[in-house]
Write a protein that binds this ligand. Structure first.
Ligand code: MN
Length: 473
């Protein structure tokens, strides 16, 4: 399990007795936090009393591959110049916990010694100043450390920190490039690696075809068994499904061999494949591997990172595309889908395996999973490259059941309502330059994305029930 270092700040002036009590209190706090957090373990670090000790623990946190972040707390006063050298060496996300060892004030017995020992209100302000002055990217959580709301916020921070650590090691494979002439799927891959750690590389589709051509019948049979155990076969064109099973076995092998966490393909570059990968991609996506079609590496990588962030949460997270609308005034709905590649994590019922003609890509009819999506609160997150920076657009949405069946639509589909209302929400997304590709999640919320954006210093535009966008704005 990944860990958060718990670093307690103090200083030399207080003497051994006080510092011993600081250690006892911080250990008690760490024990309680560890018990209540099930996504991360909290590791106590010796109290830091001077610049050398701060530097040492910050270096240790930076170098420890299992440490995804630090929690800092000033039990007493801790003169903040002693933090400068260490904070410059710290590369892990920080949660500044503004709390106390005591919940209530002992009004009857409080004396000067008690007040000197328990002065987070004083010490955490000094620490807050130096973090603000140095522009340290951090979250500040306030309240008694056993308070469930405080625990929940620390758990949320831990999930984001785990996702950020994963992001730093994420390898993305692009089979082919981005779809010709499309602007929004393109981006600065060098800057993506500097800022998010995404190592994005091109591979020829032939690299995958070669592996696919060597897949054995036994491997295809095993994959077909996986399909029929999870999905309902609704076609007699079994050979077409087997073709996809072959692609997925090849993908599995390629992903394992090259330590790939996310990938893209494009229908313009399918040389050597008889079908556009459909169920093959859908089933891989359902396992948390990022996917972006048409060479959209940003959506693919973002999906992998958000799936990691959602790993300890209930709900579904995957790529989707904005496709078409029901524009009935007052009850507008968006219909989101794709040519084939909609993740079955969104399925309301058992997905059906079907084979239909696909008018794009000029290949054989591909097997795909067809289903309606779940209902409930969700977010849609899009990342675009503005030339001098990346921008995240995060919209709160309400996923709904389709009002009518769509028996002639041969692909999976999700439907949702925009917030605060359709004209405002859609205009805000379009004005912000949000892509037609997004990662939708019923597991994550705006706070998760806000924290991710803050810790990666990414511009974020939130569209929610409070968004106002007067005509002309
Ligand atoms: Mn698309």
């Amino acid at each position: 399990m990944k860990k958060l270092y718990f670093i307690t700040g103090s200083q030399d002036l207080y003497g051994d007795e006080t510092l011993a009590q600081v250690a006892v209190d911080s250990k008690t706090m760490v024990e309680n936090l560890s018990k209540k957090l099930n996504n991360v373990c909290v590791e106590w670090q010796p109290t830091v009393r001077n610049s050398d000790e701060v530097y040492e623990v910050c270096l240790k946190a930076t170098a420890d591959p299992d440490c995804v972040g630090v929690i800092t707390w000033m039990h007493t006063f801790s003169p903040a110049k002693m933090w400068i050298r260490g904070l410059k060496a710290l590369t892990k996300p920080m949660l500044h916990l503004h709390t106390q060892a005591n919940e209530k004030l002992p009004y009857k017995t409080i004396d000067m010694d008690f007040m000197n020992l328990n002065q987070s209100a004083h010490g955490d302000r000094e620490f807050g100043f130096i973090c603000a002055r140095m522009n340290v990217k951090r979250e500040v959580v306030v309240g008694y450390y056993e308070n469930p709301d405080v625990i929940a916020k620390i758990a949320k921070f831990a999930d984001v920190a785990i996702a950020l650590a994963y992001s730093q090691t994420l390898r993305v494979a692009m089979f082919g490039n981005n779809m010709r002439d499309v602007a929004v799927t393109d981006g600065d891959r060098v800057e993506s690696e500097i800022r998010y750690g995404w190592n994005v590389n091109y591979y020829g589709i032939g690299d995958l075809v070669k592996i696919a051509n060597e897949v054995s019948d036994a491997e295809i049979t095993a994959k077909m068994q996986e399909y029929t155990s999870k999905y309902e076969m609704n076609t007699d064109k079994i050979d077409s499904v087997k073709e996809q099973a072959k692609y997925e076995v090849a993908l599995d092998k390629f992903i394992a061999k090259n330590r790939i966490g996310a990938f893209t393909d494009t229908f313009q570059d399918l040389h050597g494949l008889r079908q556009l990968p459909g169920i093959a991609v859908q089933n891989v996506m359902s396992k948390g591997v990022g996917f972006g079609p048409e060479g959209d590496y940003k959506t693919s990588a973002l999906m992998a990172v958000l799936c990691k962030m959602a790993e300890n949460k209930k709900g579904a997270t995957a790529f989707i595309e904005d496709y078409t609308y029901d524009l009935t005034a007052g009850s507008e709905l968006e219909l989101a889908s794709h040519m084939l590649e909609v993740s079955p994590v969104f399925a309301k019922n058992t997905p059906k395996i079907e084979v239909h003609h696909l008018g794009i890509g000029d290949k054989e009819p591909p097997a795909r999973l067809v289903f309606d999506g779940v209902a409930g609160d969700a977010i849609a997150v899009s990342m675009v490259d503005m030339g001098d920076r990346f921008r995240l657009i995060c919209a709160k949405i309400e996923m709904v059941e389709p009002p009518y069946d769509m028996p002639a639509l041969p692909v999976a589909r999700l439907m949702w309502k925009l917030k605060p209302d359709f004209p405002t929400g859609a205009a805000a997304w379009v004005k912000a330059g949000g892509a037609h590709h997004a990662v939708v999640s019923t597991a994550l919320d705006v706070a998760d994305i806000r924290l991710f954006a803050k810790l990666t210093d990414t511009e974020l535009i939130v569209i929610d029930e409070k968004t106002e966008l007067p005509f002309g704005a």
